[in-house]
Design a protein around this ligand. Structure first.
Ligand SMILES: C[S@@+](CC[C@H](N)C(=O)[O-])C[C@H]1O[C@@H](n2cnc3c(N)ncnc32)[C@H](O)[C@@H]1O
Length: 240
């Protein structure tokens, strides 16, 4: 296995309130993707109780608003979300539970009854899962508002570096879609350069300032808009 460099982001924020701790204890195990053993291959279909037509991956889902809503809108898709930030994982669990701020009973069915059981969570660095995914297993991959790491000496920490793009390419099925959003324009320029360098993706987005039709805004995006930052959206299609 290729050496994974360490994760430089935040893993913990403020202390979780009791209802979220309970969700971590009782709901997370039901939707968890375990860290695979070396050379173990994940059969995505086996992660879900019902057959899924496609699989979509969201890398760094933050508070999970986008993932939770896309999962609700696309019940026949199996979603994998990866996020090492514990508070983000707890926030997604609260959305799946449909009971954001109430206390939960450990005996109740923790998944909101309006939902299909179609989200699985890897509460860690996605790069640890990459080797266990089969080629061409995802129809869509989302990298939304990746940490910009603005200093040039931190360039290797930016998610859309060549090694990760190579994996994204391998995991997408032909004509599969890589969606990126950012409101850091220097990062956007850098990311486009990285993607063009691969010669493996073709841009499908004519107006990069217009959100895709099925866009779901996140708290992070709304904060940026309030602060006057302008979002940019990219959709790339895998060539081949
Ligand atoms: C700026 S936040 C954006 C969160 C969310 N995508 C949104 O739009 O609201 C970037 C997130 O990516 C996560 N992240 C960074 N590197 C990651 C990795 N290697 N695997 C999984 N998540 C990662 C961070 O923990 C952080 O929560």
């Amino acid at each position: 296995m290729e050496q994974i460099t360490r994760f430089y982001g935040r893993r913990k924020g403020k202390k979780l309130k009791n209802s979220r701790m309970l969700l971590m204890e009782y709901l997370l195990p039901k939707v968890l993707v375990y860290k695979p053993k070396e050379k173990e291959i994940i059969n995505l279909q086996n992660l879900f109780p019902e057959p899924k037509k496609n699989f979509w991956l969201e890398i760094g889902f933050g508070g999970g608003e986008h993932l939770a809503q896309q999962a609700l809108l696309n019940p026949d898709v199996g979603f994998i979300g990866a996020e090492p930030f514990v508070n983000g994982v707890a926030s997604l669990l609260a959305l799946l539970n449909g009971n954001q701020d109430g206390e939960i009973q450990k005996t109740q069915n923790l998944l909101d009854p309006s939902r299909t059981d179609n989200v699985r969570i890897f509460p860690d660095d996605i790069r640890l899962l990459f080797p266990s995914f089969q080629d061409e297993c995802f129809e869509k991959i989302f990298v939304l508002y990746p940490d910009p790491w603005p200093k040039t000496r931190h360039e290797e920490r930016r998610f859309l570096i060549q090694t990760n793009l190579k994996e994204i390419y391998r995991l997408l099925r032909p004509k599969g879609e890589l969606r990126i959003a950012t409101d850091v324009h220097d990062y956007a320029l850098w990311a486009v350069t990285q993607i063009e360098k691969t010669k493996s993706f073709v841009s499908k987005k004519k107006d990069i300032y217009k959100a895709p039709e099925d866009w779901v805004s996140t708290r992070y995006e709304k904060k940026g808009l309030k602060a006057g930052r302008v979002p940019i959206y990219f959709i790339y299609e895998k060539i081949g």
